[in-house]
Design a protein around this ligand. Structure first.
Ligand code: SF4
Length: 348
């Protein structure tokens, strides 16, 4: 069990270790018998540090991240953060969706770290591993304290999310934007309802996410859309791309940035099992398309990017802003040490 970098208490010190999952290390395990959280287990840890330096920072578009959660109830089949659950000896399939690690002291630790004389005020990216506005946030309410701490220190930050829960914190975001750079991006890869229900089963509907874009814009916070993932053969038909970009434009997005599905180990197995169940006729085509590794062929990625950019011009969506671009990375990050905080970008 690799919890040493997450916890600040010695083993056995007033904690409730789950021996089956966590050996003797520091975790309080909770379940809640409400429809929203039935079947989900929360592992509460007290973190020593929540500002995570991105390993191999020169290859990433930002240097620091804050991730108050690990695991994600949004349960996207293609989520490549699944692999990072394996670093905790947790299951990367259903376990990733239902075993959620919560850094319950994240706001207070962040406040302390931002106030340290060693902190230089660098940009902090959130939502880069798992969604900080997943369902658990409705109960644990960590983001208000995190945003408030960043605001108090006028520290620039960005959030990438699929969660409509971010609107709960709209007032805090507006106040933050008055004193520092705030970049918000919402992920909407497609509008297809049938595809959404099966491939992103725990997320708010794409239209509700676009409502977030609209609401943020109405309050003066420009919001980009990460059009991700564009799913080959299921979400890439010209009329599908057009409908999505048209809706993104109608929501008033400041930018739209397409990103084709990639399938890294951990996500690949889970996605291919889903594909075999829901679209068995596509399995061979996917095996051929991703035969070279985790990424679709360059020609395909370029084609999608060109199509989306042309549509964006047609519908009058502005060029990608730096804030949104910071959250988009198609290059393969350096492999993470097993004890490091996961810092890969997800396809949120
Ligand atoms: S892609 Fe994002 S929203 Fe979906 S499960 Fe992964 S972290 Fe959660």
């Amino acid at each position: 069990m690799r919890w040493d970098n997450l916890t600040d208490e010695p083993a056995g010190h007033g904690r409730v270790p789950d021996a089956a999952l966590f050996g003797a290390d520091a975790v309080t395990t909770r379940t809640f018998d409400t429809p929203e959280f039935r079947g989900t287990t929360f592992h509460e840890v007290r973190a020593r540090s929540v500002l995570n330096r991105v390993p191999g920072a020169s290859r990433m578009p930002f240097e620091w991240t804050v991730n108050p959660y690990r695991g994600c109830s949004h349960a996207c089949v293609y989520c490549f953060a699944r692999k990072t659950h394996g670093y905790l000896d947790l299951d990367t399939g259903i376990g990733f969706d239902t075993q959620i690690v919560v850094k319950v002291n994240a706001p207070e630790v962040l406040r302390r770290q931002l106030g340290s004389g060693r902190w230089r005020g660098d940009h902090v990216a959130m939502g880069t591993n798992v969604d900080c506005y997943q369902r658990a946030e409705g109960r644990y309410r960590l983001m208000p304290g995190i945003i408030s701490a960043l605001t108090e220190h006028a520290n620039p930050f960005s959030i990438l999310t699929k969660g409509t829960l971010i609107l709960r914190d709209l007032g805090l975001l507006v106040r933050a934007a008055e004193v520092t750079d705030v970049g918000i991006s919402v992920s909407v890869g497609f509008l297809d309802t049938g595809l959404w229900r099966t491939v992103e089963p725990g997320t708010p509907a794409p239209e509700r996410r676009l409502d977030v874009v609209r609401a943020l814009g109405e309050h003066g916070i420009g919001c980009g859309v990460l059009m991700a993932p564009v799913i080959p053969f299921l979400g890439d038909r010209p009329e599908q791309l057009r409908a999505t970009v048209e809706a993104v434009a109608a929501a008033g997005a400041a930018s739209v940035t397409p990103l084709v599905l990639h399938l890294r180990p951990g996500a690949r197995e889970w996605f291919m099992a889903w594909l075999a169940e829901h679209h068995p006729d596509l399995v061979r085509r996917y095996e051929r398309m991703y035969a070279g590794g985790s990424y679709a062929p360059t020609w395909y990625q370029r084609r999608i990017t060109r199509q989306v950019h042309e549509l964006a011009r047609e519908y009058g969506i502005g060029p990608t802003r730096a804030g949104a671009a910071r959250l988009v990375r198609t290059a393969q990050p350096a492999p993470l040490p097993e004890t490091a905080e996961p810092t890969q970008l997800t396809l949120m």
